[in-house]
Design a binder for this molecule. Structure first.
Ligand SMILES: Cc1cc2nc3c(=O)[nH]c(=O)nc-3n(C[C@H](O)[C@H](O)[C@H](O)COP(=O)(O)OP(=O)(O)OC[C@H]3O[C@@H](n4cnc5c(N)ncnc54)[C@H](O)[C@@H]3O)c2cc1C
Length: 484
């Protein structure tokens, strides 16, 4: 008698295999508005299990999707078929400037281990300690300090993964595959890539300059090219001191316009919070404070106030130098998403498709004008905060739930204009279910064809997280969680 997929997995995998309803339900959601119930959940014990799962998935022709901590905001880790929870890949080896980490390592554990040797790993999503290295690589995550230190793609030097052909590959070490990728770089149309300091849309072949960069193609690939086993990451010495200025503005336009000049003073972060998010802070702001900029420096801090003051028109509300105070005010900023979601009523929630665009910094004020235009036209409201120094604006759109279909029109219009401004449809959260259908719009037909060639090298049968990045279907308002 032919064995079922479940029997095959259970007999051939040393790790755990679950098919009970409660497990499948647990893995059917992440931090997005979407829900897809998988058939089976596997927690692989070691790399041989990962290779076997992919071989079995090929045999049974079902998808395999890697999952980290499930904190993604656009459903990137949701799919039918097999979900691979990589949590047992949790080894951490620290050397002077690098660490080699398993993809299941949770950011908080890494931070603790590095803290003991006075080091840190720069990318810092606001979700804090919960996300995993695999998910951060999958989405090309970043955070507030990416202004100075870059995103995941700028902080990783080697990746080992298992591709859709069940081959274990290390890039850039593998010359044959590296050469194939380098050859594809000749086909790209560079003018169609966004002119931004961070970008999590599509495959980042623009970052592959030589055969030494080929691992970067895996960063931001959302598990569609390979299941990451481990990565070599750059670590930095912890700054001795930091200083954080909280600046109040009466106009969003002034705050966003001044970011260019502020950036010239070399801050480690420039963050934005609108009226709604600042109102969640336990502090009495002046009534006319419309928004805040957080400006942090982590070197030469003694000289920074005199450099900052001449370039801002906003009011310095707080100048913080004590560690615990700085941490408290960052916590307020990091809670922006949580606070915004918490306060939007269920019937006013629509999928957060336009939530993560980034533009060249000089165009940041235009994004706020664009949002005003959209709100007027579609009778929506929005909560806005984000990584202003990178021109990266997070938007929580509020609209009548009954009008859910307008989200697609809003997305088309918003993304057209963001692309026109030289921007990206996603600066750090990835394409996922919310944005994969717009990847072609972002990059144009020629680059999209090259993306398909990249996919073919690593996953010719489309087994790995199908429907993400390369996508034929519209999934913006499909598979929504009933709550939404
Ligand atoms: C409150 C809140 C705040 C956030 N703030 C930020 C922020 O400031 N900056 C930011 O960048 N993001 C932010 N995010 C988004 C999210 O937390 C990050 O993208 C995070 O890095 C995802 O990690 P994860 O382990 O949860 O990944 P998951 O959601 O589990 O997966 C994300 C993607 O990575 C893939 N993946 C996971 N593991 C592997 C692997 N081993 N091999 C291959 N692919 C893999 C998945 O298939 C999926 O496509 C925030 C989310 C929340 C809920």
């Amino acid at each position: 008698m032919k064995k079922s997929i479940l029997q095959t997995l259970k007999s051939e995998i040393q790790g755990e295999v679950f098919s009970g309803k409660e497990f499948r339900d647990f893995y059917s959601v992440d931090a997005s508005s979407y829900k897809i119930v998988p058939n089976v959940v596997v927690i692989p014990e070691h790399e041989k299990d990962v290779i076997r799962v992919i071989k079995i998935a090929k045999k049974f022709k079902i998808p395999v999707t890697a999952r980290g901590a499930g904190t993604g905001l656009v459903g990137s880790a949701l799919n039918r078929g097999i979900i691979l929870d990589m949590k047992k890949f949790d080894s951490i080896k620290i050397s002077k400037d690098h660490a080699v980490v398993g993809s299941g390592v949770v950011k908080g554990n890494l931070d603790q281990r590095l803290g003991r040797v006075n080091k840190f790993f720069p990318p810092n999503p606001s979700i804090g300690s919960f996300c995993s290295i695999g998910g951060m690589l999958g989405n090309n995550s970043s955070g507030s300090r990416s202004l100075k230190y870059g995103s995941m793609i700028d902080n990783v030097t080697e990746i080992t993964f298992v591709d859709g052909n069940a081959r274990k590959i290390t890039l850039p070490e593998n010359k044959k595959i590296s050469n194939k990728i380098v050859n594809l770089t000749r086909l790209i149309e560079p003018g169609r890539f966004p002119n931004t300091t961070k970008n999590s849309s599509g495959y980042r072949i623009d970052k592959v300059r030589t055969a030494k960069d080929t691992h970067k193609i895996i960063v931001g690939s959302e598990g569609t090219l390979g299941v990451i086993l481990s990565a070599k990451i750059r670590i930095k010495r912890m700054p001795e001191k930091k200083i954080l200025f909280v600046i109040g503005y009466e106009s969003t336009h002034d705050a966003s316009r001044e970011c260019m000049e502020i950036k010239r003073t070399n801050p480690s972060a420039i963050e934005f919070m609108d009226k709604f998010t600042l109102n969640q802070i336990r502090f009495r702001f002046d009534r006319d404070t419309e928004c805040l900029l957080y400006i942090e420096y982590d070197e030469n801090i003694e000289t920074k106030e005199s450099k900052l003051k001449p370039v801002i028109t906003g009011k310095i509300i707080k100048k913080l130098e004590k560690k615990h105070e700085i941490e408290l005010w960052w916590r307020y900023r990091d809670l922006s998403l949580h606070n915004s979601l918490r306060t939007i009523k269920k019937e006013r929630r629509i999928p957060h498709v336009i939530e993560d665009a980034a533009v060249p910094l000089s165009n940041l004020p235009k994004v706020f004008s664009l949002l005003d235009k959209i709100n007027k036209k579609y009778k929506t409201k929005c909560i806005v905060y984000g990584h202003a120094g990178n021109g990266n604006v997070h938007v929580r759109l509020i609209a009548d739930r009954a009008k859910i279909k307008i989200i697609k029109n809003i997305a088309e219009e918003y993304f057209d204009e963001i692309i026109e401004l030289g921007g990206t449809i996603t600066g750090e959260h990835g394409d996922g279910l919310a944005r994969s259908e717009f990847v072609k719009k972002q990059y144009g037909a020629k680059n999209y064809k090259t993306f398909k060639e990249i996919k073919k090298i690593f996953d010719p049968d489309n087994r790995l997280n199908p429907g993400k990045i390369i996508s034929k279907k519209s999934t913006v308002i499909s598979n929504l969680e009933t709550l939404y």
